[in-house]
Design a protein around this ligand. Structure first.
Ligand code: ZN
Length: 159
């Protein structure tokens, strides 16, 4: 499991795929939703970095790192004429629900923390994404921040 932070973003963009007229490298660049959001707040809305970080519910250094990564990717796409796809990195839903088929245990993990590989209660690997959270979507999602051993996901894992 690779823990990933989860941030507040402003829903999905209208367009998620950009393709150069002439593609030099076909290797796609993946810009995450949170990277797009960082660009949107800082470079498009021209917010102060403190304000932008606040809006995304993350620390300034984290915001800065995301922004740098986003700019690097966009530069790569423009300079090297690579297609750019926007996906991942955050989600409209705050939590993902999982269910264990072995012991019927149900639990949640914040979106973006990765799929758990076993049931936190009985260690069975026979777990499935619960369907009941599908369709639950709002424009803005707030998820737990990555804090080693303190996030809801970590608590669920160690129970
Ligand atoms: Zn179980």
């Amino acid at each position: 499991m690779r823990p990933r932070r989860c941030r507040r973003i402003k829903g999905n963009p209208d367009c998620t795929y950009f393709k150069p007229e002439k593609t030099i490298s076909k290797e796609e660049i993946n810009l995450t939703l949170e990277e797009l959001e960082a660009i949107r707040l800082k470079d498009h809305e021209e917010l102060e970095q403190t304000k932008a970080a606040e809006k995304m519910n993350i620390s300034q250094p984290t915001f800065h790192r995301i922004l740098q990564e986003a700019r690097k990717k966009i530069a790569d796409a423009l300079v090297n004429a690579r297609p750019l796809r926007i996906y991942g990195g955050a989600n409209k839903m705050a939590m993902r629900k999982f269910r264990c088929y072995a012991c019927e245990h149900k639990w949640e993990v914040p979106y973006g923390t990765g799929r758990p590989d076993k049931c936190p209660k009985c260690n069975s690997i026979n777990i499935h994404r619960s369907e009941e959270d599908r369709g639950f979507g709002r424009g803005t999602g707030i998820c737990g921040r990555r804090q080693r051993g303190q996030g809801p996901a970590m608590q669920a894992m160690s129970q």
